[in-house]
Design a protein around this ligand. Sequence first.
Ligand SMILES: CC(C)(COP(=O)(O)OP(=O)(O)OC[C@H]1O[C@@H](n2cnc3c(N)ncnc32)[C@H](O)[C@@H]1OP(=O)(O)O)[C@@H](O)C(=O)NCCC(=O)NCCS
Length: 170
Amino acid sequence: MRKIELLAKIHDREGFDCGSELLNLFLKQTARQHADRGISRTFVLVDEENATPQPILGFFSLNLCQIKSEVLAPEEARRLPRDVSGVRLGRLAVAKSCQCQGIGKTLLVAAMEKFVEIYNTAGGIGLFVDAKDQYAKRYYEQFGFVPLPANEFELFLPLSTIQEALTSSS
Ligand SMILES: CC(C)(COP(=O)(O)OP(=O)(O)OC[C@H]1O[C@@H](n2cnc3c(N)ncnc32)[C@H](O)[C@@H]1OP(=O)(O)O)[C@@H](O)C(=O)NCCC(=O)NCCS
C-alpha cells in the first residue's frame, strides 16, 4: 500500500529522478537539512511493501510564509489585514517512471490536507506555489490555483478552494 511519510533516512533519495536536476538535488542534499533547521518539511510517497532503502515515488515540501495581502487579487485583499500568513508548497515532484499516473494529484491532495492541519492550529489563508515554467503553471491551475496579479508564475490556492476540494475527494 502507498503512503505519505515524512522524509527519513530509510528513503532512497539517491535513486530519485524526476527529470529536474534542481528538484533531485533538493531532495538529495537540502531537504533533510532544512527539516533539521525548521526551514521546511518534506513528505514522500512510498510503497510500504518495498524493502529499504524505500524508493521515493514523489515528494513535496511545505514551509510557512508571510505575504502582503496587496499581492492578492483585490477582491481577496479587501477582506484581509495588510500582513497575512499562508503555507508555501516549495517543491512538488514525481519520479519520471511514475509520471502521468495521478501521483502528482495524490501529492497535491496530501499537501492540502497538511495545510488544513496547520490552518486548524494556527490559521493561514491558503497555499502558495512558485511554478517553474508554463507547464507547471498549467498543471497547478487545473487544481484551482490562481496566478497572482503581479506575477503569473506565483499561484495561490485559497482556503475555500482547498476545503471544497477535500470535501469532494473524501
Ligand atoms: C508536474 C508533475 C509534478 C505532475 O505530476 P504527475 O504525477 O505526472 O501528474 P498527474 O498524473 O497527477 O496529472 C494529473 C492530471 O493533470 C494532467 N496534467 C499533467 N500535466 C498537466 C499540465 N501541464 N497542464 C494541464 N494538465 C496537466 C494530467 O493529464 C492528469 O489529468 P487526468 O487526471 O485528467 O488524466 C510531474 O510531472 C513532475 O514531477 N515533473 C517534473 C518536476 C516539476 O516540473 N515539478 C513542478 C515544480 S514547479
